[in-house]
Write a protein that binds this ligand. Structure first.
Ligand code: GLN
Length: 256
């Protein structure tokens, strides 16, 4: 009698442990969505001072999409020019990096529906009076981030000397140090940098917005399933107000 009682207790404990184990395993089984980004692009993707976490509009959006898909988002940081090769090599599943949809890129990756309207702008030093916009950059020295639409646009300018950097931080620093006359970069990023007092107010934005661009999430060409799932998630986030909430967090206003 006593023996069987202990046996029953032991069995219950064993079953309990087994079930706890199963639960744990299930959690570990949650699919991972590896999202590539380049984190010197505030307010879309960056690391707050002293923090290793990736934060920003794209990061919130990527995590919200992951939640919709029941997937755990893992952010993978790399150079902007390494994102599409990493996608094609299968090292990441998606790119969320303020990546502009261009015809050339659309040849090598599959883009989701666009999620943000952007464009390029010109940043110069505060005491600069000769440069008033993209049209005054002929023959000038221009800093850009490698592999970006800013780099592509700068290369079109006659006689300009284009200096390419791995990060936007270095491009801005080169402007501050007098190594270049201007930086060509995405307008919302320049605006945020100036608004946050980046580089202690040494810079200003000049001229009109240079291009009309749209950001989208990129996946490997042929991965129509993931692109479709991302589009469905994006549509749901727009419908349920989550997209608006994220937008307001980073831009402090309603979606334009
Ligand atoms: N939107 C630009 C591009 O796609 C810049 C992106 C970035 O620097 N993260 O090229």
């Amino acid at each position: 009698m006593k023996k069987s009682f202990f046996a029953a207790i032991t069995l219950i404990f064993a079953l309990g442990l087994l079930m706890a184990g199963c639960g744990g395993e299930k959690k570990a089984e949650q699919k991972v969505l590896r999202v590539g980004t380049e984190p010197t692009f505030a307010p879309f993707e960056f690391q707050k001072e002293g923090s290793k976490d990736y934060t920003g509009f794209d990061m919130d959006l990527a995590r919200a999409i992951g939640k919709q898909l029941g997937m755990k988002v893992e952010i993978v940081s790399m150079g902007f020019d390494g994102l599409i090769p990493a996608l094609n090599a299968g090292n990441i599943d998606a790119v969320a990096a303020g990546m502009t949809v261009t015809p050339e890129r659309a040849n090598s990756v599959k883009f989701s529906e666009p999620y943000y309207k952007s464009g390029l702008s010109v940043m110069v030093r505060k005491d600069e009076n000769a440069i008033t916009g993209i049209e005054s950059l002929k023959g000038k020295k221009i800093a850009v981030q490698i592999g970006t639409t800013g780099a592509m646009e700068a290369h079109k300018i006659a006689d300009a000397k284009v200096v390419e950097f791995n990060t936007n931080t270095e491009a801005a620093l080169e402007l501050k140090n007098g190594g270049v006359d201007a930086v060509v970069n995405d307008l919302p990023v320049v605006a945020y940098f100036l608004q946050q007092g980046g580089g202690k107010d040494f810079a200003k934005m000049v001229g009109k917005v240079v291009t009309a661009e749209e950001y989208a999430i990129a996946v490997k060409k042929g991965n129509d399933k993931l692109a479709g799932d991302i589009n469905k998630a994006l549509a749901e986030l727009k419908k349920n107000g989550e997209y608006d909430k994220i937008y307001k967090t980073w831009f402090g206003e309603q979606v334009k």
